[in-house]
Design a protein around this ligand. Structure first.
Ligand code: PPS
Length: 347
């Protein structure tokens, strides 16, 4: 395999983990120059739960974000240089990030590897596509620069927090959102796994109430969705706006749409050979959930009490019906419908 320790020309993305391992000498001490600003930002209201007690949410440009990730966003604003060939997947957490990381990565690399030897068999989707604000918060900005084009990243940052370079450049954004009620349930279970029981920190009712107030990871969720929705209406060539439930319902149609948007549409020959269906299958919940790579421990994740298996739970639409009372569902729906009013968006 080529040496990815320096920028070498390739025409497909390399799993981020391989680049990081080849460039680990570039990791720096995280920047501390924004500490004064961080100290002035409002802390989450008392009584609102947070599953990372050492990482309170702070209010930055209208969004509740864990402190270290605001640090990452500030470092991105200062140092990140977007390239026109960059591709950014943006989601509110628990909205389909893992799935779309796999889909985007597999789509872009489909002619680079036989599908049965594809890197997704040996790398978790999060090792293929990394999160920008997280790597910037951990002193890895030089690694980001060392990645050969085309680069693929993900971010959970709201549109209002994206660095100007991303907004101004020709790079493209794929945005995925999901019924917030299912986001809440998915978040509850994920946090529970990390904490060895979510109710060690807060009751489900407390988490629900906080979510309804907009105080959750990168929340409020309605502002997150609306920010990208409004911009995608203005610049459809820049932002592809997708919904998790729609992809679940018609995966092949969405796989084609995605490939077209990211500049590598399926040829007629590929379609006739069933390549679209093969990519959809490779990235399907059932396939990824059962791969060894998504069940074995990964040291960098274990350090944060995360197992790759935590990213695969049910992979369905509507699990909220098993957890929310009708009253709870109606209250959250009403809040969101009110916020979405006039935008053309519906849950
Ligand atoms: S994270 O932490 O933000 O990266 O989490 P994210 O991947 O956005 O969300 C996790 C939920 O996505 C489901 N999932 C999938 N659904 C469909 N297809 C595939 N391939 C897939 N992979 C992960 C996962 O099960 C979580 O949803 P829930 O409702 O908890 O099952």
């Amino acid at each position: 395999m080529a040496n990815y320790g320096s920028v070498s020309p390739v025409d497909f993305p390399i799993p981020y983990k391989i680049i990081e391992e080849a460039n680990n000498h570039l990791i720096e001490k995280p920047q501390e120059e924004h500490e004064a600003l961080l100290a002035t930002l409002p802390l989450q209201p008392s009584g609102t739960p947070n599953f990372h007690p050492k990482q309170p949410f702070i209010l930055y440009k209208g969004a509740w974000i864990a402190k270290s990730l605001v640090r990452g966003a500030l470092a991105m604003e200062q140092h990140f240089k977007s390239r026109p060939t960059d591709l950014l997947l943006v989601t509110s957490p628990k909205s389909g990030t893992t799935w779309l990381k796999a889909m985007i990565f597999a789509t872009l690399t489909r002619t680079s590897y036989p599908l049965d030897q594809h890197p997704l068999h040996t790398h978790n989707p999060h090792q293929c596509v990394t999160n920008l604000e997280r790597v910037f918060s951990t002193g890895r900005r030089q690694i980001i620069e060392a990645i050969p084009s085309p680069r693929v990243f993900n971010s959970h940052l709201p549109y209002s927090v994206l660095p100007q370079t991303i907004i101004d450049s020709d790079c493209r954004i794929v945005y995925v959102w999901r019924d917030p009620k299912d986001v809440l349930i998915s978040m509850w279970y994920f946090s529970g796994k990390i904490m060895g029981g979510a109710d060690k920190i807060a009751t489900f009712e407390e988490v629900y109430n906080s979510f309804c107030q907009g105080v959750n990871n990168y929340g409020p969720i309605w502002s997150h969705v609306l920010g990208y929705w409004e911009e995608s209406k203005q610049r459809p060539e820049k932002i592809l706006f997708l919904k998790y439930e729609n992809i679940l319902q018609e995966p092949v149609k969405h796989a084609k749409k995605l490939a077209h948007f990211i500049g590598c549409p399926y040829s007629e020959a590929e379609e006739n050979q069933g390549v679209v269906e093969q990519i959809v299958e490779l990235c399907s919940f059932g396939k990824l959930k059962n791969m060894d790579v998504n069940n074995n421990e990964i040291p960098s994740m274990s350090a944060h009490n995360i197992s790759p298996s935590y990213f695969f739970r049910k992979g369905e639409a509507g699990d909220w019906k098993n957890h929310l009372t009708q009253e709870m569902a109606e209250r959250l729906n009403t809040i969101i419908e009110e916020k979405f009013k006039g935008s053309g968006l519906k849950i």
